[in-house]
Write a protein that binds this ligand. Structure first.
Ligand code: PEP
Ligand code: MN
Length: 364
C-alpha cells in the first residue's frame, strides 16, 4: 500500500487569521507544513517524519473544511483531495480567457519553433542587423490560425533537440517575436522553458509555460515554473508512468502553482519508431480522470511524426477525452529547406482548416 499523506483543505472563505492559527497549531506539534494557495483551493499539508494522531484534532479548527488522508503519493494533484469535482469533472485552467477543462476543446497551434528567414533561408541565430530584415513565418501562421478559430499560439524559442548540431531556437529574440505575433493576433501564447535560469524571463513573454517531455523529470525546473505562478503545460515524459507524471505535477503544485494542464504526447517503445514517432497513449486519459482533477490535452504532432498521421490522431485524442490539442503548423507549401524544426510533422494551414472543421462539427 502507498504511504498515507495528509492534507487540510481550507474553506473558501477562510480568513488569514484562521490560516495563521492552523499553521501555528501544526508547528506546535513539532511539524512543518506546506501551504498551497491555489486558484480555487488553499491547502496546508503537515510535514514530518512522525505525524501523530493529535493532528486530526485540528480538523475542528475554524476555517478548516476537511482533513484528508490521501493514499496517493501525489496528494495535491489527486482527485481525492478535491472532492468539489465530481468524477468526470476537471478544474478549469484559465489562460487569458482561454479555458482548459471548459465546454470546448482548446486548440493550440503554431510552428514547432519560432524561426527566422534571412534571404529566404532559415538561420540558427540572428545578429542584430539581420533581425531587422529577417522574415518570421510565425506571423503569417498566427494570422491563419486565428482565422481558423484556434485558441492559442505555440512556438519554441528554446528547443530541446536530440542533436547538439540541430537548431536550438532563437532564444530571447524568439520570445520577443512570439510575443509580438501573440499580441497582434490576440492569441495567448505558449513556449517551452528548458533551463531554470530562463524561467523568469520566459514567463515575462509567454502566457503559458511548456515543460517538454525531456524535462518532465527535471525537478529543479519544475520547482522553478511552480514559483512563477504562470499556467504550465506539463508534457508526459517519453517513457514515464502515470505516477511519475503526476508526481512531476505535484512538484509544480507544491510550489503554490496549481494552474497545470497535462499533455499526452506519446511514449517511446521498441516499435513506436517503425511508424510515426511515438506510441499514442490516449488510453491514459481515462485513468488520469480517476486519479487527478487536472485537465489534460494531447499532442498528436509529436506522436505522429508525419503530417498525414496527425488528423486521425487528433480526432482519436479528443474521442479519448482530451480537452484540447497542441498541433504544429508551418506555412502553406513550405519547403523542407525552409523549416528547421519538425518539418515532416507540421500541418499546412489548409490541412489544419479541414481538421478544425471536423473538430467544430463534433465538439461545438
Ligand atoms: C515540442 O513541443 O516542440 C516538443 C519538443 O515536444 P515534446 O517535449 O513533447 O517532445
Ligand atoms: Mn516539435
Amino acid at each position: 500500500m502507498e504511504e498515507e499523506k495528509m492534507v487540510f483543505i481550507l474553506k473558501k472563505n477562510a480568513t488569514e487569521t484562521e490560516i495563521d492559527n492552523l499553521e501555528q497549531a501544526i508547528l506546535s506539534l513539532g511539524l512543518k507544513y506546506r501551504l498551497v494557495i491555489g486558484v480555487d483551493r488553499i491547502t496546508i499539508s503537515p510535514i514530518g517524519d512522525e505525524i501523530g494522531t493529535q493532528i486530526e484534532n485540528l480538523e475542528a479548527m475554524p476555517g478548516v473544511e476537511a482533513y484528508l488522508k490521501v493514499q496517493k503519493p501525489y496528494k495535491l494533484v489527486s482527485r481525492d483531495s478535491h472532492t468539489q469535482y465530481n468524477h468526470n469533472q476537471t478544474r478549469i485552467v484559465d489562460v487569458k480567457g482561454v479555458k482548459f477543462g471548459g465546454d470546448k476543446p482548446v486548440i493550440i497551434a503554431g510552428p514547432c519553433a519560432i524561426e527566422a528567414l534571412v534571404d529566404g533561408k532559415p538561420v540558427h541565430a540572428l545578429t542584430e542587423v539581420q533581425s531587422e530584415n529577417a522574415e518570421y513565418p510565425i506571423f503569417e501562421i498566427a494570422r491563419e490560425m486565428k482565422s481558423l478559430g484556434a485558441d492559442m499560439l505555440r512556438g519554441g524559442a528554446y528547443k530541446p533537440r536530440t542533436s547538439p548540431y540541430d537548431f536550438q531556437g532563437l532564444g530571447l529574440e524568439g520570445l520577443k517575436i512570439l510575443k509580438q505575433a501573440s499580441d497582434e493576433t490576440n492569441l495567448p501564447c505558449i513556449t517551452e522553458v528548458v533551463d531554470t535560469r530562463d524561467a523568469e524571463k520566459v514567463a515575462e513573454y509567454a502566457d503559458m509555460l511548456q515543460i517538454g517531455a525531456r524535462n518532465m523529470e527535471n525537478f529543479e525546473l519544475l520547482k522553478e515554473v511552480g514559483r512563477t505562478k504562470k499556467p504550465v503545460l506539463l508534457k508526459r515524459g517519453k517513457s514515464s508512468t502515470m505516477k511519475e507524471w503526476l508526481l512531476a505535477a505535484e512538484y509544480i503544485i507544491a510550489e503554490g502553482n496549481d494552474n497545470i494542464v497535462l499533455c499526452a504526447r506519446g511514449i517511446k517503445n521498441n516499435v513506436s519508431e517503425e511508424y510515426g514517432r511515438n506510441q499514442a497513449d490516449f488510453d491514459i486519459i481515462y485513468e488520469l480522470r480517476k486519479e487527478t482533477y487536472l485537465p489534460v490535452i494531447a499532442d498528436p504532432s509529436h506522436i505522429g511524426g508525419e503530417r498525414g498521421r496527425i488528423p486521425s490522431l487528433a480526432m482519436s485524442a479528443l474521442a479519448s477525452g482530451a480537452q484540447g490539442l497542441i498541433i504544429e503548423v508551418m506555412k502553406e507549401n513550405a519547403k523542407p529547406v525552409e523549416v528547421l524544426c519538425d518539418f515532416k510533422q507540421s500541418l499546412m494551414p489548409s490541412q489544419m482548416k479541414e481538421l478544425m472543421s471536423r473538430i467544430k462539427k463534433e465538439y461545438n
